[in-house]
Design a protein around this ligand. Structure first.
Ligand code: ATP
Length: 137
């Protein structure tokens, strides 16, 4: 079994898509092992998105992710990292995400693309430690 970090970004919370998104996770057969609604500060956002520092979209991304409450979750199951990325759809909701995925069904913007998922088991471990430092592994 494997764990991944899921974020329902501020746009997903603002658009009242939390229930729909969590339902998709549960229907896929993945399990929620931690779940929290929180507003994050700049420091946590920078740590989470450290790999994007210096990119043109980085300042706007920090602004967006700290702008309003988001939902953070740890999701567990066989191949959870890839399974969640499949449900989420590609980063660009129009060019990459296909219909049937969260982004393909509900998003238009490459920044405000509703959800985040760790891109590998190693990233998942790093990100879960940032968001849920007290969760036992
Ligand atoms: P996430 O890591 O959030 O699941 P991802 O792995 O699909 O997304 P990354 O390339 O890691 O995509 O980018 C992280 C986030 O940064 C994206 O989800 C999106 O919100 C934002 N982002 C990425 N590329 C762009 C871009 N070209 N313009 C604006 N925002 C972007």
């Amino acid at each position: 079994t494997e764990r991944t970090l899921v974020l329902i970004k501020p746009d997903g919370v603002a658009r009242a898509l939390v229930g729909d998104i969590l339902a998709r996770i549960e229907r896929k057969g993945l399990a929620l092992v931690a779940l929290e609604l929180k507003t994050v500060d700049d420091e946590l956002a920078r740590r989470h998105y450290a790999e994007h520092e210096g990119k043109p979209f980085f300042p706007a991304l920090l602004e967006f992710i700290t702008s309003a409450p988001l939902v953070a979750a740890v999701v567990e199951g066989p191949r959870a990292v890839a399974a969640w990325r499949q449900i989420a759809g590609g980063t660009d909701p129009v060019e990459k995400a296909v219909p049937g995925t969260i982004r393909g069904d509900f998003a238009l913007s490459t920044q405000n693309n509703l959800v985040h998922g760790s891109d590998s088991p190693d990233s998942a471990e790093r990100e879960i430690a940032i968001w849920f430092p007290d969760l036992d592994s």
